[in-house]
Design a protein around this ligand. Structure first.
Ligand code: ADP
Length: 295
């Protein structure tokens, strides 16, 4: 289906109040889920993501997440411009950011800025809306109890999806044991409802041309900051300078070393559900390791 760039540019006109005439739409590589374009006009450009019209709520949630992080004024995020549907496509238009090269200073700055974003808190866990992690639904119903939030809306939710896809046996048995015994991992630790990016792997962080850190493609909610940091470690790509700078602003509890595996189990279960059995063994060995810590 061809893209109706004219309709998208009219939406840009309407929200910015400045006429925007499309000169070219250049397809970009790098996205996991959506197709991405640089939309060049005669006086400015935008970054645009497209997907099937049925997935417009995914873009609405991303739009809201970028607004939430922008409001915290801690880390630069692309300004969300407009999202909606046109001719069979869902679209999300963002400020276009030219990326540069990171260095020790920008790594440190991201560490400090992320700690400041995590200091943005609200009185309950969850968020005002659900969103997606990868393309999987992520439930963010508000809760005063972090353990039950994580148990029900993160672990049990992914385990149920896995069961529906036929992943039973040990994965489910050990998953259930972890859900019932997880409190043991939180002895003497009181998580706080921090604003989280929610999907902070290295592919969702960059620096702009001024070497200022930028984070994007979020799955925001308010939760334990350790969950965001854990994800930065899951696939690597964040430097020692980043972690040292984070800890200098807001040191981590010593139990993070174990809990990070617990938090990352959520993402690995999501990978089992999205990409299949290759991740199954990783999920099973993470569970076995966590259960051995609890016993
Ligand atoms: P997906 O939702 O498909 O995973 P991303 O949001 O990760 O897509 O974007 C895909 C790629 O496009 C990123 O890896 C990044 O290189 C680039 N990108 C993301 N946001 C912007 C932006 N606002 N301006 C310019 N390039 C961007």
């Amino acid at each position: 289906m061809s893209t109706n760039w004219q309709a998208i540019s009219e939406q840009i006109n309407a929200v910015t109040g400045r006429p925007f005439k499309v000169v070219s739409a250049q397809a970009l590589s790098g996205g996991d889920i959506n197709s991405a374009f640089r939309l060049q006009g005669d006086d400015r450009s935008y970054f645009v993501k497209l997907n099937r019209a049925a997935l417009v709520t995914m873009f609405e949630a991303e739009f809201a997440g970028l607004q939430e992080m922008a409001k915290a004024q801690a880390v630069r995020v692309p300004a969300p411009i407009v999202c909606g549907k046109t001719d069979g496509h869902a679209f999300l238009v963002l400020e276009n950011i030219e990326f540069g090269c990171s260095n020790k200073d920008s790594d440190r700055l991201l560490g400090r800025q992320l700690a400041l974003m995590h200091q943005q808190q609200q009185p309950f866990f969850g968020w005002r809306r659900d969103n997606t992690i990868g393309s999987t639904l992520q439930i963010n119903s508000q809760s005063n109890d972090w353990l039950s939030f994580w148990r029900e809306q993160r672990l049990a939710f992914q385990l149920k999806l896995a069961a529906n896809k036929g992943y039973g046996g040990m994965l489910q048995a050990n998953g259930e044991r972890l859900c019932s015994d997880m409190a043991a991992l939180f002895a003497n630790y009181l998580p706080q409802p921090s604003l989280l990016h929610g999907d902070l792997w290295a592919g969702n962080a960059a620096v702009d041309k001024q070497e200022c850190p930028v984070i994007f493609d979020p799955a925001c909610y308010y939760g334990d900051r350790e969950a965001d940091l854990a994800m930065t470690e899951l696939f690597g790509g964040f430097s020692r300078d980043f972690y040292a700078a984070y800890q200098a602003v807001w040191p981590l509890d010593h139990g993070y070393g174990i809990r990070k595996n617990f938090y990352n189990l959520y993402h690995i279960l999501n990978h089992v559900n999205l990409f299949g059995g290759g991740y199954l063994r990783q999920a099973e060995s993470m569970m076995a390791m966590l259960l051995s810590e609890i016993r």
